[in-house]
Design a protein around this ligand. Structure first.
Ligand code: COA
Ligand code: AMP
Length: 636
């Protein structure tokens, strides 16, 4: 039996023994005796009676055990023209002082703190300072608009909000403070204070409840780590679901630290002291787990990159960073490499850098499409590893485990379930699917440590969204299959979630925004294929009876409405006004069929369609407006 199979089997058959052993790898104030327990709804909780502090595990412990002078972070910002390295000791001290500043504003154990910051070291300092106090942070991605920030503020009810004065995009400075002010004007909940990190690129005007980061820190005392239980929450991270209201995924402290530590060893094959570079954003789960927490929990150095894969200044940026910081493992989303490939198809810029330090490339956030896999495989000559996971799980569900038992790579597959995850494929009736047969990808309970502990203050929603469809199994929302060799292929979502440039977005939410326009009678938003971003949203709109306004103007208004309400990151750039939409006889819009047509695939006329001519109408409009590959779509 392969080492992988033995470890996976043990993790599933003896979860208590397996995760008890793994727990010993991190420093606890009180080692847990209860390993696996269950909450009121019978879902798994880990290490309930353990006492620890995530900030202690990631910073203080390493300083105490001799890693104080090792770099903890390398910050590199081509857009700000700055870079900075902080050792573990410097990071620990900065965090302890900022935690003191937060405490002086009344933040304590269990309080929430919303963080709205770009890729700057202070974002990590703020997150760790919350962890140090036992407070719960909720980081909101900088590409989200004021409305989205307001929704999260109302749900998390933070005592304090921390923001930077601005973010920096390729071609523009983005002042954050006006967005924060606008969000607070919309939200019912009001924090008692805001802390603003002033950046020279756009300094913010401060109001009565605003504090300047530097000013606050200069008078703050350093504070120590507060002891929390293994099951106490570390953070809330909002993610898109099928409705307009994002889900606040809650992560605990103990299981999270143990799972991330395990993953750095077994999945990423890292050694403490090495450099790990994940090019994502602190606003996403990849940023939380593999920029902020896992590398430091494991004693590695993490690279924080404030820039893009291309245009800051060119498509060689990643190669430069890997070479300069001697990166051993690099992790990003396939879309980033599609952007690089577009600008530098032959990888000419790579020749300017020595990246012999790079051992492995990891990709996630969306399926690693075979053409991008082959391009990278030919260019880099190191293992190119696709691995699959979600905000909810917080760490990979399926991977090719580089530190345990590397396996031959199959293009298009995320390889095998990670120990701890009992992945299965179920058909519509909940029966196991045969090898090679596509179905719903589910995880049999108990989910391993590190996975979501619930939805913030919404236990019913948690149950309904993930646990109700197939009792005893967690529904991932992805479709896929397992082949004869046990390799998992994850093919796409089964719900209204789309993946735009590695960013998870809800078409349901976009429909709510589009539908709120006074001239719109009905609408559908679908995710269609895009060569660079994987998917992009397309809006289809029926105006209200009697609408006699300018159609171009309406389309433009809807594009800017989504940009204003959700944010630029939605990449909602195309709307088509149509006279009817294809529906079933019971009135359900045939969204999947619309997507099939936009992507130029063969389609069958559903027997349930109410008005077959409506389909032809929409296809004609799509062809006329050059949508995707609609001109290739054929009725079978
Ligand atoms: N703050 C403010 N605005 C942001 C933002 C942020 N943090 N991130 C993106 N945006 C804006 C962009 O400026 C862009 O605005 P525009 O419509 O005015 O041009 C819009 O949101 C769409 O952004 P994006 O889809 O990221 O497009 P892009 O052209 O800036 O970059 C890629 C394209 C592929 C290079 C980029 O998306 C990328 O690097 N993706 C990798 C994603 C990733 O790491 N995902 C995490 C999972 S691992
Ligand atoms: P997020 O919660 O933002 O990490 O998005 C999670 C979703 O992205 C998953 O449910 C998948 O639909 C998709 N995804 C992430 N990684 C992969 C991958 N390696 N292969 C296929 N889909 C992926």
């Amino acid at each position: 039996m392969r080492a992988y199979h033995a470890e996976h089997q043990r993790s599933i058959e003896q979860p208590n023994a397996f995760w008890k052993e793994q727990a010993k790898r991190i420093p606890w104030f009180r080692l847990p005796e209860t390993i696996l327990s269950h909450d009121e709804q019978n879902h798994a909780r880990w290490y309930d009676d353990g006492e620890m502090n995530t900030c202690y595990v990631a910073l203080d412990h390493h300083v105490e055990s001799g890693r104080g002078e090792q770099p903890a972070i390398h910050w590199d910002s081509p857009v700000a023209g700055q870079r900075r390295t902080l050792t573990y000791r410097e990071m620990r001290d900065d965090v302890a002082r900022f935690a003191g500043a937060l405490a002086s504003l009344g933040v304590g154990k269990g309080d929430r703190v919303v963080i709205y910051m770009p890729m700057v070291p202070e974002a990590l300092i703020a997150m760790y300072a919350c962890a140090r106090l036992g407070a719960v942070h909720s980081v909101v991605f900088g590409g989200f608009a004021a409305h989205e920030l307001a929704v999260r503020i109302d749900d998390a009810e933070p005592r304090v909000v921390i923001a930077a004065s601005c973010g920096i995009e390729v071609d523009r400075i983005l002042p954050y403070k006006p967005i924060l002010d606008q969000a607070l004007a919309q939200s019912h909940h009001q924090p008692t204070a805001c802390i603003i990190l002033q950046r020279d690129q756009a300094r913010a005007e401060l109001g009565d409840r605003d504090h300047d980061w530097q000013g606050l820190v200069s008078s703050a005392e350093m504070v120590d780590c507060v002891s929390v239980r293994g099951t106490d929450p570390l953070y809330i991270l909002y993610t898109s679901g099928t409705t307009g209201k994002p889900k606040g995924v809650v992560r605990d402290n103990g299981g999270h630290a143990v799972a991330l530590h395990y993953s750095m060893d077994r999945i990423y094959g890292m050694k403490p002291g090495e450099v790990f570079f994940s090019a994502s954003d602190v606003g996403w789960v990849v940023g939380h787990s593999y920029i902020v927490y896992a590398p430091l929990i494991y004693g590695c150095t993490t690279v924080i990159y404030e820039g893009k894969p291309v245009k800051t200044p060119d498509a060689g940026s990643f190669w430069r960073l890997i070479s300069e910081y001697r990166v051993k493992a690099f992790f990003t989303a396939p879309t980033a490499f599609r952007a690089i490939k577009k600008e530098d198809p032959d990888g000419v810029l790579l020749k300017n850098y020595d990246i012999s330090c790079l051992r492995t490339l990891f990709l996630a956030g969306e399926r690693l499409d075979p053409p991008t896999f082959h391009w990278l495989d030919d260019l880099l000559k190191v293992p190119v590893i696709d691995h699959w996971w979600q905000t909810e799980t917080g760490w990979p569900i399926a991977a090719n485990l580089q530190g345990l038992d590397p396996m031959p790579v199959k293009a298009g597959s995320a390889t095998v379930p990670v120990p701890g995850f009992d992945v299965q494929i179920l058909d519509r009736s909940g029966e196991p699917a045969a090898p090679g047969e596509q179905g719903s990808v589910v995880i049999q309970e108990p989910m391993p440590p590190g996975c979501l502990a619930g939805i913030w203050r919404a236990p019913k929603r948690f149950h309904g969204a993930y646990m109700a469809a197939f009792p005893g199994y967690y529904l991932t929302g992805d479709a896929g299959y397992i082949d004869q060799d046990g390799y998992l292929f994850v093919m796409g979502r089964t719900d209204d979630v789309i993946n735009v440039a590695g960013h998870r977005l809800s078409t349901g939410e976009m429909e709510e925004v589009v539908g709120s326009h006074t001239a719109v009678a009905e609408c559908a938003v679908i995710g269609i294929h895009d060569d660079l971003r994987g998917q992009v949203p397309l809006g289809l709109v029926i105006p209200k009876d009697g609408f006699d306004g300018d159609i171009d103007m309406l389309e433009r208004e809807l594009v800017s409405l989504v940009r204003d309400k959700i944010g630029a990151v939605a990449s909602f750039k195309q709307v088509l006004v149509v006279s009817r939409l294809p529906k079933t006889r019971s009135g359900k819009i045939l969204r999947k069929l619309l997507r099939t047509i936009a992507d130029g695939e063969e389609f069958a006329m559903p027997s349930t369609i109410d008005d077959p001519a409506s389909l032809q109408d929409v296809q004609e409009t799509m062809v006329h407006r050059n949508v995707g590959d609609a001109h290739k779509a054929r009725l079978s």
